[in-house]
Design a protein around this ligand. Sequence first.
Ligand code: C5P
Length: 423
Amino acid sequence: MSNIQISGAPPVGLAGRNIIVGITGGIAAYKAPALVRALTSIGANVQVVMSASAHQFVTATTLQAVSGRPVRDDLWDEGAEAAMGHIELARWADAIMVAPATANFLAELAAGLAGDLLSTLCLATDAPILIAPAMNQAMWKHPATARNVATLINDGVGIIGPGEGAQACGDFGPGRMLEPDALVGALEKVFAPPILEGLRVMITAGPTREAIDPVRYISNHSSGKQGFAIAAAAARSGADVTLICGPTNLPTPQGCRRIDINSAQDLFDAVQADLPGQHIFIGVAAVADYRPLAAAEQKIKKQVRGSNTMTLELTENPDVIASVAQAANPPLVVGFAAETQNALPAAREKRLRKQLDAIVVNDVSQAGIGFNSDHNAATLIWDEGELALQLQSKDQLAQALLDQLVRIFVTRLALPNHASASI
Ligand code: C5P
């Protein structure tokens, strides 16, 4: 077990990226401050650019406060132009996201008009442009809008949404701007190299619940955060992700197919049902090793008289990950081990016993990492080496882990994007 290296924490996605958020005049502009806030909170540098009509819906003061920069809205503002001219601003941007984008703005951009600062920037930049349309459903369905959208797609502009549902005008249908989280996810995808493109990845996450009776269960402290972070990172990296998770309140990561389960047996069944065709299996779920031998059909009553102890007979659950590793045509199998003592030797033994290609071990007895925390530190163990992944956010650790797995197992995975790379 030589080859121990320390990995740095690579920037994930949008940290340090320069993003122009363009806002045009639609009611969905009320969501723009939340979008800007979400971007700055993950370390992006955001310059807000408003169209003239956007001012009818949201104030520049709010947007300046959440972005930390004065809003730009005028091609002819001498002061702002002197500080950073519009061509310079177009070059500064790593990406432009226009949210909300009105039908009028789509038409301007499709026609190549540059009548105001935002449309000029879109024409002058080499950076990717993402557009989040928001308009009345009839306007969205209009053939002129459909034509403009087709032109923009042909020009390489990313169209994000719109969603469908109740509209501010009282209509129901397509035309709702997607929520800020989804827009951030779309932007993150722009910067994530598609290292897993063409691969199907199955991830288990969260705790399981083993019923004692209709109201009680045995479970554990797993929050699901690390598994969800890995699912999000895999989807950003181009994988087709199936996320099978126990009870958690976490939102489904962008682009993942989610299957909710309760017990270890449910998890086993869901995994088996979807296993054929998966390329990578990452078992992050904290699966209960045992369940009550028989769940009582009715709520178990407290004993009023007699013994003050109670015995619960348990029986072993199926080992989900071991069954995947033993499948006829197994995917690359990566396990997780949360340990409280002798973490490394225990994980090495577990990897061999369960016939896993790799295992990620973390010492959950250390404060500030593991269960429920937003941070984690771990060691990746495989046949030929071990790699310490230093303390970092669970999102960063997820990306670092996937990067390493691709590096280590590139030949095994026959990745289209890495066909000629070596380990
Ligand atoms: O034995 P232990 O529970 O520590 O093993 C941890 C690894 O095994 C994790 O990847 C976990 O998801 C998986 N596991 C499983 N089915 C079980 C128990 C654990 O897939 N019944």
